[in-house]
Design a binder for this molecule. Structure first.
Ligand code: SAH
Length: 244
């Protein structure tokens, strides 16, 4: 697995987070993809507080217990909410600018490290991957490595809480039928590239996964998957636990 971290020169989301933290506002965080039209991430949303978080995220925060790992923590919004609730959390991210801002915002334990870095060790009772957290897995073919990593990091009895979306709605006909070419790659495998001001990031893979497919891979890799709650647009929170 790829274990890179970003360089400050190619960290558009981190730069947007740093601007918003310093000035209370930021420019456009632009998102490009070969599958979709150009889009934008409202930077303010990356600083959301619990009452403004989607139900899926509030549920995950409520369920998180013991020693918690916040994977791809961004501005630290979830880590800060957990700390406020008196919980013990370690935040990690590959964005050097985001990591710097998390420290400034008061996240007590922050690491600039890739989830797949072999030097990252546990144990953690809860591993959180939020805001389409399955994205970090990148491709379906990376799922076995992802589950191996989760197995290494989880404490006995621990769980992974991860949200994702089923992108089938993009391919649904008006009559509700679902048309995908099975010879194509899995429809939830997408690529993104971000840009903030003149800072351009590299293209990266991002995985959206429907629950059935996630469950299939989980079972094959020694995990049990369950839907904890559903959002209002094909999104859901999954809980993954070791099946032995
Ligand atoms: N969880 C935050 C941020 C989501 S954006 C929130 O809900 O607001 C996804 C984050 O994951 C980005 O900050 C990105 O830098 C980080 N990331 C992407 N790949 C990663 C990896 N392999 N290991 C750790 N962090 C990663």
């Amino acid at each position: 697995m790829d274990t890179h971290i970003l360089s400050k020169e190619k960290d558009p989301m981190g730069a947007a987070i740093a601007d918003y933290h310093a000035q209370g506002k930021a420019g456009k965080l632009r998102v490009f993809s070969s599958q979709f039209d150009e889009d934008e991430i409202p930077v303010r949303q990356l600083f959301r507080k619990s009452p403004h978080m989607p139900r899926i995220e509030r549920t995950a925060l409520h369920m998180a217990s013991g020693r918690i790992l916040d994977v791809g923590a961004g501005s630290g919004c979830h880590s800060l909410a957990l700390q406020e609730a008196g919980k013990e959390v370690c935040a990690l991210d590959i964005s050097p600018l985001s990591v710097e801002i998390m420290k400034q915002r008061g996240v007590k334990e922050v690491r600039l490290i890739n989830l797949f870095d072999p030097t990252l060790t546990g144990p953690f009772d809860t591993i959180l991957l939020l805001m389409n957290g399955s994205g970090i897995v990148g491709k379906l073919s990376n799922l076995p490595a992802f589950f191996r990593k989760m197995k290494q990091l989880l404490a006995p009895g621990g769980s992974v809480l991860m949200d994702s979306s089923d992108l089938r709605y993009l391919y649904e006909e008006e009559d509700g039928s679902f048309v995908v070419d099975l010879a194509d790659d899995y429809y939830g495998e997408v690529d993104f590239r971000m840009q903030y001001k003149d800072i351009r990031g590299e293209t990266f893979d991002w995985l959206y996964i429907d629950f059935q497919t996630l469950e299939l891979y989980a079972t094959e890799n020694g995990f049990r998957a369950e839907v904890v709650c559903e959002g209002n647009h094909y999104d859901y929170l999954a809980r993954l636990t070791l099946s032995e």
